[in-house]
Design a protein around this ligand. Structure first.
Ligand code: PMT
Length: 405
């Protein structure tokens, strides 16, 4: 992890989490970053410019129309100086202003004036985060190319529990360093990675099937990032409407049986297997030859268990490094740990699918990645950014386990 020589412009808006920003500056500078801080008017109610000046070692910028600050480093110069603009904490108000292009203070002006990547770590009451207006603004900002770090879930300063806490400074700094690390870092060079993505489709008759809402976006993002990290990738895709990431070998399948057959063939020379697919657990005992007719008020169908693709590959003696995914709506960590153990996996990435805007068929996701002797929360961000961070963890663990043998 490094932010060596990166210029980070930290914008602080007026939320209670602003008291954590001196620690955030310390975490960023510890990774080698040069940090300059911009405070909005209300942020000064929560954190003092003097403390941020002391920890960053640079004057703190507060006003758009301050002749002495402009003479030292004008706002356009500041916008050009930044390799990244990080806004933490970002309140609902600042998100709304940024989404709609308002530029009535220094921070909002810098957002428009910079060409640097922008990262936003939201912090607000859980109901404010869930509010339609905030979610619409989140969508607009994501379309601008802004990357979100969090928010995290948990107990809030107001006593509520839910999504809206600012991600901890150490995790913001790590996410930023992963995002800014060049994708030309070939951390998976020479490795063959097998990835499953999307749903499976289990037929009932010639016109009907059972399936689920997986879009394949998570698995395709991992395939894309793995190629950029130097890997050779085979992507086994269920029925999805996504373009093939450049440079990867794609095999389209429909049912769990077909996915298993394709994986068994491709896994023989794979180093790492990442199973993001939402495989149907059951299939019809018998697929009707003709369309099932509407007779009577009830219909009973009998299902039988599908093969477990991941467990089948993971139980082999010549198995690749196996990474599972677990989408859960309750007891997320304990169910994920159960799957890690029962399927004999090296790592599992748990999704809490109750969080709004994350998981199935969305642009963003958050993961709790767990392995035998460690775990890491990867805060909510785009599936591409998340894929990058996940691949760093996988590459580290793969190297650790393979250098010990
Ligand atoms: O595709 P997206 O819209 O981007 O959404 C991504 C996702 C939410 C589908 C993905 O991030 C995710 O969580 N995938 C796992 C879904 C799930 O709940 O899997 P599971 O708990 O049923 O299975 C656990 C693991 O075993 C998974 O890695 C799965 O691929 C694998 N499995 C499960 C059943 C089976 N028969 N064969 C398998 O290989």
């Amino acid at each position: 992890m490094s932010l060596a020589n990166k210029n980070i412009l930290l914008g602080v808006s007026g939320g209670i989490a602003a008291y954590k920003t001196p620690d955030l500056v310390r975490k960023l500078t510890a990774l080698g970053a040069n940090v300059r801080v911009v405070l909005t008017g209300s942020a000064t109610e929560f954190v003092s410019p003097l403390s941020l000046q002391a920890v960053s070692g640079n004057p703190v910028h507060q006003h758009l129309l301050d002749p002495s600050a402009e003479a030292a480093m004008g706002h356009i110069e500041l916008a050009k100086w930044a390799d990244a603009l990080l806004i933490a904490p970002a309140t609902a108000n600042i998100m709304a202003k940024l989404a709609h292009g308002l530029a009535d203070d220094l921070l909002t002006t810098l957002y428009l004036a910079t060409e640097a990547n922008v990262f936003i770590a939201p912090a607000m009451n859980q109901q404010m985060w869930k509010a339609t207006a905030t979610q619409v603004n989140l969508g607009i900002l994501t379309q601008h190319g802004t990357l979100f770090i969090g928010p995290a879930s948990g107990e809030q300063a107001c006593g509520d529990v839910g999504s809206g806490r600012m991600v901890e400074p150490v995790d913001i700094a790590t996410t930023l360093s992963q995002a800014l690390s060049s994708s030309s870092e070939q951390i998976l060079a020479g490795k063959h990675i097998l990835i499953t993505a999307g749903p499976t489709r289990e037929p009932l008759d010639p016109v009907r099937y059972i399936s689920n809402h997986s879009s394949g976006k998570m698995g395709f993002a991992i395939a894309d990032m793995a190629i950029k990290a130097g890997a050779k990738v085979t992507l086994i895709a269920g029925p999805v409407a996504l373009p093939t990431p450049e440079g990867c070998k794609r095999i389209d399948v429909s049912t769990a049986d077909e996915m298993l057959a394709a994986c068994e063939q491709a896994s023989s020379d794979s180093d790492i297997f990442i199973a993001t697919a939402a495989v149907a657990d059951y299939k019809a005992v018998q697929v009707a030859e003709n369309k099932i007719k509407k007779i009577g008020d009830e219909l009973t169908l009998t299902f039988v268990k599908n093969p477990d693709i991941l467990a089948t590959i993971a139980m082999r003696t010549d198995r690749p490094f196996c990474v599972g995914f677990a989408a859960e709506s309750q007891d997320v960590e304990s169910y994920a740990r159960g799957k890690l153990k029962n399927k004999k996996l090296d790592m599992i990435a748990a999704n809490d699918i109750t969080a709004p805007g994350l998981g199935f068929n969305s642009e963003n996701n958050a993961l709790h990645v767990i392995w035998e002797d460690g775990d890491k929360h990867l805060p909510a961000t785009t599936k591409s950014e998340l894929a990058k961070a996940l691949l760093v963890l996988i590459a580290n663990q793969y190297t650790n386990t393979h250098s010990v043998q």
